[in-house]
Design a protein around this ligand. Structure first.
Ligand SMILES: [Zn+2]
Length: 267
């Protein structure tokens, strides 16, 4: 219910897409009275026009984000570039969980998810380099906090993106902002391989398949499987980070739900 309600808000609140949709409908109405060849030509061109309009609207709006004054230019540029990378993703299918969380494997679906949760960007207090991004939903609703390592680290782009989408989940008000659970003594990936970590007893795991870790895992696996215009490096990076994130799902029912979801890839 929460997800359905949230997606409803997205469609209502994202002017870039509602403007695009109404423009597309006007085109459809006008072609009703045209001759057959013109109708066909317009119909064939419509998806390209629609995509171009959506891209222009989203870019001109800066993805709807406002940046605090102390966010360095390089950080703003990298975040905008990362979201432009997301916006360009185009996929050929999506698993059931992906459809439930995001919709299709494509830029507009991902941006709807992101922009309905993240409205502003600030800088976090100094934090360990691996903590690229964070949120503080009680003090700053709708704000993503970036660490300096967001720009400084050599982290692959798809990994930065997955972390930002994970953090976006914490900006939701439900489930205590999708709070994490305590990790077990041994972390294993979905294939049962043990991973060395120092997370035992720390709140760094999830017991649901669709929390911060589950949704970024679903996103990465679907991009790995379905992205039609991602580079080989992005596909490889997505798979490697997905393996690592899968160790954070600490409940067997949630793990099985994810295995079942990914088993649809081979159908
Ligand atoms: Zn988290």
């Amino acid at each position: 219910m929460t997800i359905i309600a949230a997606l409803g808000v997205v469609l209502f609140c994202a002017p870039a897409y509602s403007v695009d949709r109404s423009g597309f409908q006007e085109s459809s109405l006008s072609i009703e009275n045209a001759d057959a060849s013109l109708t066909r030509a317009v119909r064939e061109a419509a998806p390209r026009i629609k995509a171009a309009l959506a891209k222009k609207a989203a870019l001109s709006a800066g993805f709807g984000l406002s940046f605090d004054e102390d966010v360095p230019e390089a950080t703003r540029r990298q975040m905008t570039n990362d979201l432009a990378f997301v916006e360009a993703i185009s996929g050929s299918g999506a698993s059931p969980l992906h459809q439930r969380i995001f919709g299709a494997v494509d830029g507009p679906s991902y941006l709807r998810f992101f922009s309905s949760r993240v409205r502003s960007v600030g800088m976090s207090a100094p934090a360990p380099a691996e903590m690229l991004a964070a949120v503080d939903p009680e003090k700053a609703p709708g704000q993503m906090l970036l660490n300096r390592s967001y720009v400084d680290s050599e982290m692959p782009e798809i990994q930065r993106v997955a972390i930002m989408f994970h953090e976006a989940r914490h900006l939701e008000n439900s489930r205590d902002h999708w709070a994490h659970a305590v990790c077990p003594g041994v972390l294993t990936d979905l294939d049962g391989h043990k991973w060395e970590t120092n997370l035992a007893g720390k709140r760094g795991c999830d017991t649901t398949s669709i929390g911060g870790y589950g949704l970024s895992l679903v996103m990465l696996r679907n991009i790995e499987r379905y992205c039609g215009n991602c580079s080989g490096k992005v596909i490889l990076d997505a798979g490697l980070f997905a393996d690592k994130i899968s160790t954070r799902i600490a409940d067997e029912a949630a793990r099985q739900a994810l295995r079942d979801d990914f088993s649809t890839f081979s159908r």
